[in-house]
Ligand binder design. Structure first.
Ligand SMILES: [Zn+2]
Length: 43
C-alpha cells in the first residue's frame, strides 16, 4: 500500500489529482506528482 499522504502542522494534508480526482498526489520537494496519469504540479 503506497503512502501518498503527508503531515503538515500535525494535520493530514491530501491533495487529489485534478485529472483522476480519486488519486492522491505524491508530495516531492519541488513538485506534486500523480503516479497514475503522470500529472505534475510544480510548487
Ligand atoms: Zn492523476
Amino acid at each position: 500500500m503506497a503512502r501518498n499522504e503527508y503531515y503538515e502542522d500535525g494535520e493530514l494534508v491530501k491533495e487529489n489529482c485534478p485529472r483522476c480526482g480519486d488519486t492522491v498526489l505524491a508530495d516531492h520537494d519541488d513538485r506534486k506528482h500523480c503516479g497514475k496519469c503522470g500529472y505534475t504540479e510544480w510548487k
